[in-house]
Design a protein around this ligand. Structure first.
Ligand SMILES: [Zn+2]
Length: 205
């Protein structure tokens, strides 16, 4: 992904250039792991061995209004967290970041349109990954548009956290209802029934 140069002029006493890059990397990681507990060792590891001390300062800076004013929770804010975990709730993207802003309304409409189903692997929020972790769903922006496209209903889609991490670009490869229905009709009855039960589970939620 191309990095846009920072427009801000450096004043004397401002943090070094590395600080801005470290903040961006932390933020990208938080966004990819929104709505799930993140062990602080993952964050410490993210910036490499030379930054083992500074990552907590970068994290605090992300909470400051001039660096985006992000909400980042600890056990103090959320009793269900462990003392060594952070939590980044889904939040509107702030100005000044490369991430497009996806409004709460678009987010809700996208999830509804996609029937709370990952558009890359088909996992739903009722499913678990093979390691037993619950599937968490995110609304992602079409990566092809991520450097300037609008975060509209058409440009956004639902991804589970695994596929979101892998940055699957599924926007151009949506299943087509006609083709899908034809394939469903050709399935044997017991497989049709599997689809029926799956859909029933989705719509009964
Ligand atoms: Zn998925």
């Amino acid at each position: 992904m191309a990095r846009r140069p920072r427009a801000k002029t450096a004043k004397s006493g401002s943090p070094p250039r590395d600080a801005a890059r470290d903040r961006e990397r932390l933020l990208e990681y938080f966004i990819k792991h929104s709505d799930q507990p993140i062990p602080n060792e993952e964050l410490a590891r993210l910036l490499g061995p030379s930054r083992t001390d500074s990552w907590t300062r970068r994290l605090r800076e992300l909470r400051e209004p001039r660096h985006g004013g992000y909400e980042i929770y600890t056990k103090r804010d959320m009793a269900s967290l462990r003392p060594d975990e952070y939590f980044f709730p889904t939040q509107a993207r702030r100005q000044g970041t490369r991430e497009p802003r996806i409004s709460g309304r678009v987010r809700a409409e996208v999830m509804l349109r996609d029937a709370y189903t990952c558009q890359a692997c088909g996992a739903t929020r009722a499913d678990r990954y093979s390691d037993g972790r619950r599937v968490t769903l995110h609304v992602a922006h079409n990566i092809a548009d991520s450097l300037g496209g609008n975060a509209t209903l058409e440009n956004c889609f639902t991804l589970c956290s695994r596929c979101n991490e892998a940055e699957s670009n599924v926007g151009s490869d949506r299943p087509q209802i006609g083709k899908t229905m034809a394939q469903v009709r050709r399935l044997p009855d017991h497989e049709k029934r599997e689809i029926y039960l799956f859909l029933k589970k989705v719509f009964d939620q």
